[in-house]
Design a protein around this ligand. Structure first.
Ligand code: PLP
Length: 381
């Protein structure tokens, strides 16, 4: 962690905590491709922290330290993907435990959670993220071991009150883990609201250029649960490649600029289209009409995110027709890159999805907002 505790987060990420290359004086850290590290004649490691790349690698550490500092955590770990990061946290569960998660969340993780829990005799209950009382009514004292939340929830962007969820978890002796992929540490620091773990798909905003697959977990405490998560990574081997880890620390240098620009444009788009005749609703926590707006104002700092969804007047067919007309937005899955993307989530998630068929998810990049608004106007016809 940085010794200069009073530096602004923008400074920390722009300078990557001053992690320059001490051996050459290079102002950016070098990539360490080595998978194994030397021992001396007495069989002591030349560098006590580096033995084998499945445990740790100097290139991972650069990105981990910056993220740990931005999230105000005690320790951080990179993974090979967001899914690898999330599934490592879920290794703290054992057969017979109870876990709760929101009904609307990243569908890939929800799907995996359902089959993982079934296979390992872990009881799973999904709560309604739009109902502030639903979480407290779903947990079971002495049985629930982990509360998993995601906020804002992908792709409806419902907002969950992290401090309230932390209070519920603490009152029943459970841990709280937050998927903060959409919020990023620029907007929300879940550990400061009482969470135990914060997880990111670093594939999204942290790397920001749609060219790195990575994940990360930051912990509030260096405790036995964290040891389990670390063991899951070391034994399972879900570490990123050195190049990905290096690209990630490089991309985090512009994280604040990119996220702030996306937030500004997302707000402009949401406001512009809020009462568009071709839409039933614009789902964006920055709009006063959004049910989670007041919570978002409390826990999101300086913006409401770069993600929003549009519910078109009509059905899935109409949503797909609109998707087909975009010329500036690219049609692709994923989010958080510098280029704006649209996606029809229902087509991707399938008929069991709780996502409305009329919903188009929009990831707002850093292009000129006028071009994005024109393209949306054109697509909506
Ligand atoms: N969490 C959220 C909110 C996501 O949107 C995604 C992917 O879209 C993931 C987790 C999984 O991340 P990855 O694709 O890096 O495994």
């Amino acid at each position: 962690m940085s010794k200069k505790k009073n530096l602004a987060p923008e400074t920390i990420s722009a300078q990557a905590l001053g992690l320059f290359d001490r051996s050459t004086g290079g102002v950016s850290p070098s990539i360490h491709m080595a998978t194994t590290f030397l021992r001396d004649a007495n069989y002591a490691l030349l560098h006590p922290d580096h033995s084998y790349s499945r445990d740790e690698n100097p290139t991972f550490i650069a990105a981990e330290r910056v993220l740990c500092e931005l999230e105000h955590g005690e320790d951080a770990m990179l993974f090979s993907s967001g899914m690898a990061a999330a599934t490592a946290v879920l290794q703290i569960l054992k057969p017979g435990d109870h876990v709760v998660a929101p009904r609307v969340m990243y569908w890939g993780l929800r799907d995996w959670l359902q089959s993982f829990c079934k296979q390992w005799n872990i009881r799973l209950d999904l709560f309604d993220p739009t109902d502030p009382d639903s979480l407290a009514a779903t947990v079971r004292k002495g049985e629930t071991r982990l509360v998993w939340i995601e906020t804002p929830c992908n792709p409806t962007w419902d907002v969950i009150d992290i401090a309230a969820a932390a209070e519920v978890a603490r009152s029943i002796g459970a841990k709280l883990a937050v998927d903060s992929t959409a919020a990023t540490p620029v907007l929300t620091r879940p550990l400061q609201h009482g969470a135990d773990f914060v997880m990111h798909s670093a594939t999204k905003y942290l790397s920001g250029h749609s060219d790195v697959l990575a994940g990360a977990v930051v912990t509030a405490n260096h405790d036995e649960h964290w040891k389990k998560v670390r063991d899951a990574r070391s034994h399972g081997g879900a570490v990123p490649g050195s190049l990905e880890a290096w690209l990630l620390q490089r991309s985090m240098r512009t994280l604040h600029l990119r996220v702030r620009k996306s937030c500004e444009s997302a707000m402009a788009i949401a406001t512009h289209f809020a009462s568009h005749p071709g839409l039933k609703a614009v789902l964006y926590p920055g709009l006063q009409s959004h049910a989670g707006h007041e919570i978002a104002k409390r826990q999101m700092d300086g913006g409401f995110g770069g993600m929003l969804s549009l519910r078109v007047n009509g059905d899935a067919e109409r949503a797909l027709e609109v998707c087909g007309r975009f010329e500036v937005f690219a049609r692709a899955t994923s989010l958080g890159g510098v280029e704006s993307l649209v996606e029809h989530r229902f087509s991707i998630e399938g008929p069991r999805s709780p996502v409305p068929p009329d919903l188009i998810r929009v990831s707002v990049g850093i292009e000129a907002v006028e071009d994005l608004i024109d393209d949306l106007e054109h697509a909506l016809g």
